[in-house]
Design a protein around this ligand. Sequence first.
Ligand SMILES: Cc1ncc(COP(=O)(O)O)c(C=O)c1O
Length: 392
Amino acid sequence: MSTDFDRVIERRGTGSLKWLRYEGTDVLPMWVADMDFAAPPVVLDAIRARLDHGVLGYSKPHPGLNVTVLAYLERAHGVKAEAEWIEWLPGLVPAKSMACRAVGVAGDSVITLTPVYPPFLAVHADAEKRLITVPLAHDEASGGGWAIDFDAMERAVRPDTRVFLFCNPHNPVGRVWSRAEVEKVAEFCVRHDLLLVSDEIHCDLVLEAERTPHFSAARLDGPIRDRLIVLMAASKTYNIPGMALAWALVPHPAVRRRFRAGGGKLIPELNPLSYHATEAALRDGGPWRQELLAYLRGNRDHLARVLAERLPQLKLAWPLEATYLAWIDARGLGVDHPQAFFEKAGVGLSDGRDFAAPGWVRLNFGCPRVTLDEGLRRLVAAVDTGGPGRAG
Ligand SMILES: Cc1ncc(COP(=O)(O)O)c(C=O)c1O
């Protein structure tokens, strides 16, 4: 491996959102979805090269960027897109908000599947719409298996529902939805006259792509194309979320117009460095990404082993097919507020309540193994000394 993912980089004092929350305390941050690794050298070199030009004025995508994106889409995901489909944006969260404003009127509804990344539960409010949540089906008895409950979706959808907010791969449960599932989602959206907004930010973080390949909604043909917004970015995979750049693929020109209008005057011109960072990542970041995935698979398997052996009170959502986020059922601990319980013990996890799943926590294992081990040591110590689930 040419990248040393074991190297610990001090992030305190850099304004890191992840580390700032616990600055001045001994809590290890394992919450928000960014990794404690440096971005790939090819990305850093591209940023430096652009910086060396010296002028950082208002910028549009430079010639070649869309060509790189189109080539990446076809090579990595079998998506045959067109340059006109691409809308550049500062992030996937604002994009979801814009999408909710692109269709229908105030008082209409938006549907999504829970548990889910918290902004999915909030963006409807920007469009004065209401939210319908449908729980994913989960086979609790066997401790695994998450599925889309299509029967529950049929029962929940209403005549005023306008948007389906879909997360694929799914944060936080880690599922990579299959081609059949994506097709069924699309069929549901067409039948109920919904805009399908497919957030695919984690699509290049599939841990065993040969077994569970990502199937992008942008591969779908037919009537779904007239009601589709696919959201992507290099930000998660190459650990450059602070660069704040994402893109939407919107095949239908009228939807594209309404989507753009949904941004009003809120969307600024984008950062010129971010365009170059994204281009380098998509074009040249492949070898680094493969090394990253190998490291993340190692962390995931290590985490699963330690939880199974030392913390049977915590149940890891499995199979964990994508992302560096572990979704953990902590209800077996018997504490009211597991996130606060573990925070007190020195580990800062994401709180399941924010994902519409009280009693669960999410652990970010996108970090050097020693950091993960320290986090696990603290979890074990917390349960051994403080939890009602203590052995013996
Ligand atoms: C599913 C999903 N969508 C979007 C985002 C954030 O997107 P952005 O930073 O581009 O707004 C995240 C970050 O964790 C995410 O997990």
